[in-house]
Every structure is written in structure tokens, then in C-alpha cells.
Write a protein that binds this ligand. Structure first.
Ligand code: ADP
Ligand code: ZN
Length: 523
């Protein structure tokens, strides 16, 4: 048997590799730079832990969270693997003791926080390690933190290239569970990876069924009914705020649902208790803020409900991904309302950094596309993560299971897009519709828009029909809304394709009844 497999079995006690692990490990062992993009639970840690044992010197692991770092080191020590961490929580003496162990060659994995690595004193210490026992590998966990396009930007990560500069021959393995194309590129550039081996695992979770329902005034009774139909199953409900978590869990208990709250504002002991009760099936429903889940793995969660809208698809993927870890069918449901959207937009408007605001808005738009589109939700998620392999309906999302009737609206779409173009992408939907329908109001006259070619060019449809089409084009991403929250319609790459006649536009047939997806709280 080869050494790699033997180590996997004898030290880690796994029978075989998970998909992708072996390839990454072998490239790392050859001294090649690598980038591993795998969903949470995909088994990323092993891809540096195993090489660390086979390589001669020390493997440095950069990890952003002290809690995760300590947890990993503890688990490795239980498996009799020589690992330690140095972080800001240790005093001078504690740090010294551990570093001596490293210098004596008694440690294979040294976990570090990113800010430590760039301190001059620490770099000198790394030099000593390099001289005495040798550095074998630099593993950068949660590597998306390096990118401003990621959801968790950490400026300290931007300094990590200094290690590459200082130790040019030290191979680098970057790992992340969440990387769009942009983030991936950023990781490779920022860490100065050289011809890296890139492994991108599929993010598809075939056993998860996706659904979005409108959050109507009746959302609470609707959810209660759902919980009552599934009393034998473990369920997580996510809310946006601690207050909402407290209120909802209390109300559910009053309605005889076995539910408990879980959020960062609770005493650690109580929170721990609630977590244990949930994991041991003594509590059915855990109502949580997004803080929930750090390190908690319950394989048989059958449903994850978002009572409030998540701010981006990365967090939605992570949170909904806690369902069905055992591979059995599970259900991911969002109750979607426009008012949640405005709350998130308000939070974004409070961000100080312009770049961060722009990016958060982009992410929110993608989240809204997920909720509002009529196309396959699984494909929207996978496309977001740069995965295009899945074609056609998935048979496990509401849009694929209950498709609405679609019709070709390319010509009408072109008429509307032309109007957007002619008016220089400065106006909102209602003004554009006034132009198309030939309404000569004050605003139209003030801008001389009654002299445009578009003026009156859309009289075949009623303003209401145009409004419907405009909204659908936004939902399907054939039009964009301006990022700063003003109701201004913009063209994008897809609109240009449609204008050039290179792409057609399929739109859900307009229902005569009020659209069930509209939010009665808002519209
Ligand atoms: P990630 O960092 O990608 O989220 P982890 O490294 O924490 O994933 O691994 C996820 C789970 O899979 C852990 O419980 C780990 O013990 C387990 N695991 C990792 N490699 C294997 C393997 N080869 N066989 C079985 N289980 C594995
Ligand atoms: Zn689908």
C-alpha cells in the first residue's frame, strides 16, 4: 500500500479519501502551489494535515478564528498528531514554551493567526524555524478572507504574500469553501501562487430541495402548520436578529412546538445547553441567528427555514447547507419579503467603505434573483459559485417541480431595452413606461422624451403589462437596478446580448390573478 493511503488509514483512521482529497495531497507533496475550493464538510483540513505528517519540516497553517484553531489543534492532539497554535490569547511564557517545541522539531503543524505572521519579531522566529527544522508547507485556510470580493474580508490576509517573498520555495496551499470566480482570481494573485493546481469541488447538494415562499401576513400560522406536519424532524429556523430569535422561539413554545433560541447574545452556558439538547434530539426546533453553527454538525437536520432574508448567497449556501448532511432528502425554505430587502439595503447604506457597499449591493441583487426568478434555484446557486455543469431542470426545487408557463418575449424586451438605452440609463421603470405608452406628462416633456423613437413605441401593451415585464426582466437578470438604491434601470451584459439579437427572453406568463409572489406587506 502506498504511504499516503497508509497514513490516511493508520493515523486518521479513514477507510478512503473523499473526492478531490488525494489529488490535492499529491500535488502538495510534490511541492506545487494549490488552491482547493470545497464546500464546508468537504474535507479540506486533511489536505494539509496529511502532507504535514509526511513532509520533513513544519507546516504553517493560517486560520482566522482562534476558536476554530484551538478546536482543530485539540482534535489533532487527540489523534496523537503533533500540532500546536500560537495566538494572542497566550501569555509570553505560553508562547515561548510552544515555540521551543517547534524549534526542537517536535511539532508538525503550527497554527497561526494572520496578524502574527507579519510582525517583524515573528518573521525572525520563522527564520529560526526554517533554519533549524525547515518549513515545509504554508496552508492558508479560509483563503477568501484575502479578497474584498469575498464575504469576510480580513486586511491582515493581504499581507500574507510577504511569506511568499521571504520563503520563495515554500509551497502554498490555499483553502476556501466559498469562492466565486473573482474571489478565486484574487486569492491566486494576492498570495502570488505560481501555476497552482486548482481543485474546485461541486457545490451541488443533490439531496437538498430548495423552495421560496412569499412572506405574507400569514407567515407565522403557515410556518406553524409546517412544523406541526414535521414534529419528528430536526429543524433550524434562521432569523436576522437576536430579538426576532427570542420572540419567535417563545411564540413557538406557546404553540406547543418544542423550540429553543440560540444566539450570540445568550450566556455561553445556556447556549451550549440548547445546542446539546438539539443535537441529542431533546429539542426539535432551534431558532437561531446566523451566529449559530460555528463547529456544530448535526447530520440529520431535515429542514432549514429562513424566516428572514439572508444578505447574500454565500451565507445562504452555508446556512441552508446545514440541512441533510447525512445525504438524505432535506428541505431548504426561505420566506421572502420585500420589506426584508429594504432592511438589508438600509444596513448596507450604513457601511462606510464605498467598495464594501457596492459589493454588498451586488450580493444582495444575486440573493434577490434567487428569490424572485422563475428559473431553477439550484442553477442560480451553482452559477453564482462559477459552476456551469448542471444543465436543465433539477427536479428538486419549487421552480422545477412546479414550472410556471413561460413565453418568448424577446421583441417586447428589446423595445423596453432600447428605451433604456435611448434615455441613457438614467430613469426608473415608470418613466420608461410613460415614454413607451406615449404618455405626455410633465417629466416626459421636460426631458424632450416625446421626441424619442421609443415614444409611443409600446402602445400594444398596457402600462400594467409593461410594468410586469420590466419587473420580470429584473428578476431574471436581463436588466439591473442601480446600486445606490435609486430606482434607476440599467443595462447589463445580458441586456446587450438581447439587444444584439443574440439571446432570447423567456418570461413567465402574466397571471390574471394577483401574482402570488408579490408581497402584500409592501405592494
Ligand atoms: P472542511 O474543512 O472542508 O469543512 P473538514 O476538514 O472539517 O471539512 O472535514 C469534514 C468532515 O469530514 C470531518 O468530520 C472530517 O473528520 C471528515 N473527513 C475528512 N476526510 C475524510 C475521509 N477521507 N473519510 C471520511 N471522513 C473524512
Ligand atoms: Zn431546479
Amino acid at each position: 500500500m502506498d504511504t499516503v493511503l497508509e497514513t490516511l488509514r493508520s493515523v486518521f483512521a479513514y477507510a478512503d479519501f473523499l473526492p478531490g482529497q488525494r489529488d490535492i495531497i499529491e500535488h502538495v507533496l510534490c511541492g506545487r502551489d494549490a488552491l482547493a475550493v470545497m464546500p464546508t464538510g468537504g474535507g479540506k483540513s486533511l489536505t494539509y494535515q496529511l502532507p504535514a505528517l509526511l513532509l520533513p519540516g513544519v507546516t504553517i497553517v493560517i486560520s482566522p478564528l482562534v476558536a476554530l484553531m484551538q478546536d482543530q489543534v485539540m482534535r489533532l492532539n487527540e489523534q496523537h498528531i503533533a500540532a500546536t497554535c500560537v495566538n494572542g490569547l497566550l501569555n509570553e511564557q505560553g508562547r515561548e514554551t510552544r515555540l521551543q517545541l517547534v524549534l526542537r522539531g517536535e511539532i508538525k503543524l503550527l497554527y497561526l493567526a494572520p496578524e502574527r505572521v507579519v510582525m517583524q519579531k515573528f518573521l525572525q522566529l520563522l527564520d529560526r524555524i526554517e533554519q533549524r527544522v525547515g518549513l515545509s508547507l504554508l496552508a492558508v485556510d479560509e483563503a477568501h478572507c484575502i479578497s474584498q470580493w469575498g464575504h469576510d474580508f480580513r486586511p491582515e490576509y493581504r499581507q500574507l504574500w510577504r511569506l511568499r517573498e521571504r520563503y520563495p520555495r515554500l509551497p502554498v496551499l490555499a483553502l476556501t469553501a466559498s469562492a466565486t470566480k473573482q474571489v478565486r482570481q484574487d486569492i491566486v494573485e494576492q498570495l502570488r501562487l505560481i501555476h497552482p493546481y486548482i481543485h474546485i469541488a461541486s457545490f451541488n447538494r443533490p439531496n437538498l430541495q430548495y423552495e421560496v415562499r412569499p412572506k405574507t401576513l400569514n407567515v407565522y400560522p403557515e410556518m406553524l402548520e409546517l412544523l406541526r406536519q414535521h414534529t419528528a424532524e430536526s429543524i433550524i429556523i434562521y432569523c436576522a436578529t437576536r430579538k426576532a430569535v427570542d420572540e419567535l422561539s417563545q411564540r413557538l413554545r406557546q404553540d406547543q412546538i418544542n423550540a429553543l433560541p440560540y444566539h450570540a447574545g445568550m450566556e455561553a452556558e445556556v447556549r451550549q445547553k440548547h445546542q446539546e439538547l438539539f443535537i441529542s434530539d431533546q429539542v426539535q426546533v432551534l431558532v437561531a441567528t446566523i451566529a449559530f453553527g460555528m463547529g456544530i454538525a448535526k447530520p440529520d437536520v431535515r429542514m432549514v427555514i429562513h424566516y428572514d432574508l439572508p444578505a447574500n448567497l454565500e451565507s445562504y449556501y452555508q446556512e441552508s447547507g446545514r440541512a441533510g448532511r447525512d445525504g438524505l432528502p432535506a428541505h431548504c425554505l426561505i420566506f421572502f419579503s420585500k420589506s426584508d430587502r429594504y432592511k438589508i439595503e438600509y444596513r448596507i447604506s450604513q457601511l462606510h467603505d464605498m467598495q464594501a457597499r457596492r459589493f454588498a449591493r451586488y450580493q444582495l441583487r444575486k440573493m434577490l434573483t434567487y428569490c424572485e426568478s422563475h428559473t431553477c434555484r439550484r442553477q442560480i446557486i451553482l452559477h453564482y459559485f462559477g459552476e456551469t455543469g448542471l444543465q436543465g431542470p433539477c427536479a428538486a426545487c419549487d421552480n422545477c417541480l412546479h414550472p410556471v408557463e413561460m413565453e418568448d418575449r424577446t421583441l417586447d424586451a428589446q423595445t423596453l431595452l432600447t428605451c433604456v438605452q435611448e434615455t441613457g440609463e438614467h430613469f426608473g421603470l415608470s418613466h420608461l413606461i410613460h415614454i413607451l405608452c406615449g404618455v405626455e406628462d410633465q417629466r416626459v416633456r421636460a426631458y424632450n422624451h416625446h421626441q424619442l423613437r421609443s415614444y409611443g413605441a409600446g402602445k400594444q401593451l398596457s402600462p400594467d403589462e409593461w410594468f410586469y415585464l420590466g419587473r420580470e426582466l429584473l428578476f431574471e437578470g436581463v436588466l439591473e437596478e442601480k446600486e445606490d438604491g435609486f430606482p434607476v434601470i440599467l443595462l447589463n451584459e445580458r441586456s446587450r446580448e438581447v439587444l444584439r439579437g443574440n439571446a432570447s427572453v423567456l418570461i413567465a406568463k402574466q397571471q390574471k390573478l394577483p401574482d402570488a409572489r408579490l408581497d402584500p406587506l409592501q405592494e
